[in-house]
Design a protein around this ligand. Structure first.
Ligand SMILES: [Zn+2]
Length: 286
């Protein structure tokens, strides 16, 4: 009886303790919509010197963030239609031959969410870094979610500049019913749940309205998911990616992310880095 009293008293104290803002992210799961490759890294980064050339197979990063206010997905990977060798049914054949995607149906974001023990219909917000085919591919699987994207990026998706075309934007990923989704159209940074734990960061350059995400974990660790603001570690060494809307903005965004990493002692994860994924991928970060 006395033990019960103590337990009840402890329980009471638990409810009286104010929850810190940091405690609201229960975890971040890092996964991939299959891989691209193998191909020479110089295909992605033509500025890379010969001595740094290597053949790579790269992950197509996606993130699931479990927050006490709801489940959040950051990027939805390659469209479900390209799974199991059916790339050319949905993508430009040149993109299939160049990127060499391998994605099983089980790799697609809805199946991954189910495997983690959630219902894909319960996803509250889908943040899309940018409207390229390997990031916006499955927004149609989340018709009930709030879709968080930069307003400029939506414009660009529907009418890319001529020099930006060539198969990286797949209209079928965001046409039809996706036109009428609920978009939170951003013009800059945004504190998703108003508590400082999940912040959308404007990082243009790779595309007109690219955005990254910073998450403050319950442990106190901050992680920053750059996505395609930085593809791989070589971009951090001063070799810009070969596909950019604006190299000037791209460099400024890398500088911004480096500063955040250094000032906040954050972990900075790149959009397609095989070595980073081998260490941190397919697991929870808490
Ligand atoms: Zn990408």
């Amino acid at each position: 009886m006395r033990k019960l009293g103590v337990a009840l008293a402890l329980l009471g104290m638990l409810f009286l303790l104010p929850l810190s803002a940091d405690a609201q992210v229960k975890g971040v799961y890092w996964t991939a919509s299959g891989v691209f490759g193998p191909f020479p890294l110089t295909d992605l980064i033509p500025s890379l010197p010969k001595e740094k050339a290597r053949t790579v197979t790269i992950p197509v990063n996606m993130w699931v963030i479990d927050h006490s206010k709801g489940l959040v997905v950051f990027d939805t990977g390659n469209n479900v239609a390209i799974s199991d060798g059916k790339c050319k049914s949905h993508w430009d054949p040149g993109m299939c031959d160049g990127l060499k995607p391998s994605q099983k149906r089980a790799d697609v974001i809805d199946e991954q969410i189910k495997r983690l023990g959630y219902n894909p219909d319960s996803v509250k917000a889908v943040i899309t870094s940018h409207s390229h085919l390997d990031h916006i591919g499955n927004i149609k699987l989340f018709p009930k979610a709030v879709h968080v994207i930069q307003k400029k990026e939506l414009y660009q998706a529907w009418w890319p500049e001529k020099f930006q075309r060539g198969g990286a934007f797949v209209m079928g990923d965001f046409d039809g019913p996706a036109r009428d989704f609920n978009y939170l159209e951003l013009e800059g940074d945004y504190d998703l749940f108003g508590d400082g734990t999940i912040t959308v960061l404007s990082t243009p350059g790779h595309t007109l309205g690219h955005q990254s995400v910073r998450v403050k974990l319950a442990s106190g660790q901050t992680i920053v998911m750059a996505q395609d603001a930085i593809w791989v570690k070589e971009n951090m060494e001063g070799y810009p990616a070969g596909l950019n809307y604006s190299v000037k903005d791209y460099n400024n965004s890398i500088q911004r992310l480096k500063m955040i990493r250094d000032l906040e002692n954050a972990q900075l994860y790149y959009g397609h880095d095989p070595e980073q994924f081998a260490v941190g991928g397919n697991k929870w970060h808490r």
